[in-house]
Design a protein. Structure first.
Length: 166
């Protein structure tokens, strides 16, 4: 557990009595916003592509082998991040999301910092991530936290791939 500006970051599940809907609610907001930004807006979770809908409907199953980190404020989940299980000394950060009402408080930085610490504990050498190029504030955040643009491992256009040695 990590405390940061009145917000604590915890691993889910298994971190005590956490809001069960927290991860699902945050993941739904993340995916709905991303679809809209891609110009593929949908009315609700039921219209998301299957792989994203599955994450929202059952995050415990979707991320069974991964670490899901939640930022909690006053008992409410206000941010999330998924750190994938290590493969060949690498792990990936996915689904970083902070509730819009809680942005600017260092929550995203705290989540990434906790993910990097967890990766190091797990023996990971490199943490990587991908981010859409229009999310310029996210790219800037990752750069401030030591990530640099790397060769792409994902063929989708407008996706920026970044890495950081742990």
């Amino acid at each position: 557990m990590t405390d940061h500006s009145g917000v604590c970051v915890v691993r889910w599940p298994g971190s005590g009595d956490l809001p069960e809907g927290g991860p699902a609610t945050l993941l739904a907001a993340y995916h709905l916003r991303t679809q809209a930004e891609k110009g593929e807006e949908v009315a609700g979770v039921d219209e998301l592509p299957e792989r994203y809908r599955a994450e929202v409907l059952d995050p415990r199953a979707a991320f069974a082998d991964d670490d899901v980190l939640l930022a909690l404020s006053g008992g409410a989940a206000v941010g999330c991040l998924v750190l994938t299980a290590p493969v060949d000394g690498r792990a990936e950060i996915k689904r970083l999301w902070t509730d819009p009402d809680h942005r600017g408080l260092g929550i995203a930085s705290g989540l990434v910092g906790a993910a990097l610490a967890r990766a190091e504990e797990s023996g990971v050498d490199v943490v990587r991530l991908s981010v859409w190029d229009w999310r310029t504030s996210a790219v800037a955040l990752y750069e401030r936290l030591g990530f640099s643009v790397s060769g792409s491992w994902d063929a989708r256009e407008r996706l920026v791939c970044m890495e950081r040695v742990v």
